[in-house]
Design a protein around this ligand. Sequence first.
Ligand code: WTA
Length: 699
Amino acid sequence: MIPDQGPRDAVVPPAERLKARAHVPSMERYKELYERSVGNPDEFWGDIAKDFFWKTKHTGPFMDYNFDVTKGEIFIKCMEGASTNICYNLLDHNVLHRKLGDKVAFYWEGNEPGDELRVTYRELLQRVCQFSNVLKSQGVKKGDRVSIYMPMVVELVVAMLACVRIGAVHSIVFAGFSADSLCERILDSQCSLLVTADGFYRGDKLINLKPIADEALQKCRDKGFPVSRCIMLKHLSKETEQATPGSQSPPAKRPCPDLQQNKQTDRVRKTRPAPQVPWNPDVDVCWHSLLCGVSDECEPEWCDSEDPLFILYTSGSTGKPKGVLHTVSGYMLYTATTFKLVFDYQADDVYWCTADIGWITGHSYITYGPLANGATSVLFEGLPTYPDVGRMWDIVDKYHITKFYTAPTAIRLLMKYGSEPVHKSSRASLKVLGTVGEPINPEAWHWYYNVVGDKRCPIVDTFWQTETGGHMLTPLPAATPLKPGSATFPFFGVVPAILNESGEELEGPGEGYLVFKQPWPGVMRTVYGDHQRFESIYFNKFPGYYVTGDGCRRDGDGYYWITGRIDDMLNVSGHLLSTAEVESSLVEHPAVAEAAVVGRPHAIKGESLYCFVTLIQGVAFSAALEAQLRKQVRDKIGAIATPDFIQNAPALPKTRSGKIMRRVLRKIARNERDLGDISTLAESSVVEQLFENRCSAAI
Ligand code: WTA
């Protein structure tokens, strides 16, 4: 039973009450601006660029590019000749020229209710300048890569913007990733410094981050790449200064002002264990002691438009993560503009995006887009279910959130508990709801719209990717009539097409590969250190187009509907994982000869990991082995990749040429007997056996 279900196929009109102030108040205006953005991008983006600070202006066309591999190397350049600094635009420009110094940039809401902080634009600028000076004192220079492995704290934003200020390139690694994953990312981008924290709480659970960071650094050393410095923020341990037995504690220094304001509530400190903080004096330095006496002024490094801004790793279908590289000017303009128009940002908004900064959504729509607009945001450290399932709505009421952005997996999780916990809150401040990460199923859409938004708030279903930098297909809240489950229409400057298997563009309604025909300012520029891989992943399959890897349907009204990945990627709770990556960590176990991983639908996570393993001769499958395998994948990749099902597969279905038939495995995982054409299957008895022994419940 779905509560308050509206008619399924009804079109939900755009929000009347937003129209009066909206940036884009009607479909007519959207169409007019869209035509202009595509027909005359130089003028469209040129006007937008006037709101930003440029040290030098660009020369030549707004964009210069080659999107066609048959015509030579792929390249995208935006605003060549211009120089700027994003940190300057996000902070100094807002403080000095827009007079927003006293405006709150972030309300930090800790894991524990009552644990909170606020930081104004002026304070953030000072803290970023100070930390920029710290980075410089540690030898970080323009162009150097800095790895950041931190929980959702204000200092994470400080660290990333300090890199940006001095022209260093940040590579943020989600704090849920394992030591192996962190090591792999540090090595790939050759980071000279790591910024981390002692630990953090996720709900009741203590995550000891520093020991994981240490293990990653040890692995880097073992592979001949010693990282010279590790700066550790005392997020939990600062008040206690206690070390775990056998390890050296970071030296206690006289407290800096910075250290006192950001503290855990007394209750939490008294009842919870302190994190383990192993200390290696050759490498480790304490964030707080480094800050003491450091100036809070720092001249920004002026960067060229196409200088690298950051690297963010995303799963690759070969198993090796790809370092997606974004550059300065185009990314700044694109995240700022999408944020402003998609959420219809107004100066009195309080905005909350529940993503982690470790993912692209947090980069673009917690840090860059909102700060570029001078917005006030909530930065949330905790979980939607801690201490109870009403936490999100309590936060909405506490800060009077107007624009709220989350993922379908969070909506489905909360939906499970019904509407009662939602109704305990008022949510009267809400105006626009957003979703990202995976297709939103109509049930979740209706619940979000009816129960959370009280049928007042349009839902912007934003389709985009790490690679695209910002939103690509999305409604605009005061303009677009909504269809539940559809990301509707392209954003300004975006030209989508749907191709069939032979690469022909479909006209009108149809289903096929979603591609983009021309670049937009926020598109990634390369895979870090491997331009060929960039070309082969995104441009080789259909020359002349950027290939998203997603399937898509266009209906008779021109609405776009994402149908999901059409490559070997899985979308678990909105996070992409490659099947190859999970398979290779399974086969690293000495008992496993071969492994194949497929997705199986999951009510909350969207997809779950269903793993088939063939053991080496003579090894018996057991619950203990199963547990070891789960742990192995978790340790190798991180908790998000923990297998839900592991099935013993004495043999895997293969074609006569030896290729694993994943299509068949997917059917087995879902218990669907209509296997389609299996004439290429080498041995059909294998399939029957696998059906018989399939796992029905998750481990
Ligand atoms: C999926 C996250 C349907 C899609 C910003 C895409 C979506 C991948 C949507 C990128 C949406 C993201 N509707 N599918 N609104 N948003 N996706 O790189 O498969 O973590 O290719 O970026 O998520 O995931 P990524």
